[in-house]
Ligand binder design. Structure first.
Ligand code: TXA
Ligand code: MG
Length: 318
């Protein structure tokens, strides 16, 4: 049985003996271990069935720690950290030799972020090492936004989920790196490109495998329910093409007629993209337990967090 609890001392004790704890963050739950323990890091890859070429993000509680991990902290990266940390921004920086290759998949860069969750910040302060934490889901599955999601995935295999409630933002951090000092977004996420650009000006977005060989984690199939999922613009038309099917609908606006389908979840009823993002994965988890023939998601407007949500839904359909 996996313990689900708010007990910080227990969590530290487990992490100190090179075991894993799932930790809450404001984006999604992470499967955490000591970055300096090969034993712990190997367990992360094993438990997730994640390929070793996919590097892990290092979680810190203070900007001071960046110098232990990276050999350079460019001006624009510092500006972003100042505005968005603690928060849903991962910075890709040239790594220090002391960061194990297992963490970075042999890359000469390391991904770093300071999560915005009181319990996890407290935990990080109590530990003598930073935590590597990929999302706490088996490879390619939907990321967890509640302690119960993690328990459902790893019950009995994982010692503890540190229970920090529902993740407020609900989708992963935005990943920003630098190429010849030019900022590049490698993963759309909880902080929109528009918000990033307000701080450092124009950024390029290279959010897929072809465009971003430096971000090996940008796999086409990802965030996927077991139920076959479709992302469509015209819901009415698509439903007509699939009579007799048990359908779940993920919608985000109310100006639709009543669809005659078994299940409907509104990500937002007011067009609030932040709200839609925070509800996305829990809605997908719910739909996936209903034994449906298909999930049909309505494409969001392609700006702000709508872009990040469409990106996740796109990958869920693969
Ligand atoms: O919001 C988040 O970032 C969550 C929470 C737990 O912090 N973590 C998360 O980790 O989403 P994960 O492992 O599911 O996704 C990490 C992504 C991967 O796509 C990986 O390839 C990329 O970060 N990444 C990590 N280090 C990198 C590096 N050095 N260079 C390029 N990409 C990197
Ligand atoms: Mg993930």
């Amino acid at each position: 049985m996996t313990l689900v609890s708010k007990d910080l001392l227990k969590a530290s004790e487990i992490l100190n003996r090179e075991e894993l704890v799932a930790i809450p963050t404001e984006t999604v739950y992470g499967l955490a271990g000591n970055i300096y323990s090969d034993t712990a890091i190997k367990k992360i890859f094993e438990m997730k069935k994640r390929p070793f070429f996919n590097p892990l993000i290092v979680h810190i509680h203070s900007v001071e720690q960046v110098k232990d991990l990276a050999v350079d902290f460019p001006e624009k990266a510092q500006q972003l950290a100042k505005v968005f940390w603690p928060g849903s921004l991962t910075l890709i920086l040239p790594k220090n030799d002391t960061v194990p290759d297992l963490i970075t998949a042999g890359n000469n860069t390391v991904g770093i972020r300071m999560p915005d969750h009181a319990l996890t910040l407290e935990l990080l302060k109590n530990l003598p090492f930073p935590l590597a934490a990929p999302s706490a889901n088996p490879f390619t599955y939907i990321s967890p936004t509640k302690a119960q999601h993690v328990k459902n995935y790893f019950d009995g295999k994982l010692e503890m989920v540190l229970d920090g409630g529902n993740c407020a933002n609900g989708i992963e951090s935005t990943i920003v790196g630098f190429e010849n000092d030019e900022p590049v977004v490698y993963r759309l996420g909880s902080i929109s490109t528009e918000e990033i650009e307000k701080v450092i000006g124009n950024v390029s977005v290279r959010n897929n495998k072809e465009q971003a060989p430096n971000a090996p984690g940008m796999l086409e199939k990802h965030y996927s329910p077991r139920t076959k999922t479709y992302l469509v613009q015209d819901i009415t038309d698509f439903i007509k093409q699939h009579p007799e099917k048990k359908i779940g609908l993920l919608l985000h606006s109310t100006n639709h007629k009543n669809f005659n389908v078994s299940n409907v979840i509104y990500l937002t009823k007011t067009g609030n993209l932040k709200e839609a993002a925070s509800n996305l994965y829990s809605a997908m988890h719910k739909m996936d337990q209903l034994d449906l023939d298909m999930i049909i998601a309505q494409r969001l407007p392609n700006y702000d967090l709508g872009q990040s949500i469409n990106d996740r839904l796109e990958r869920a359909t693969k």
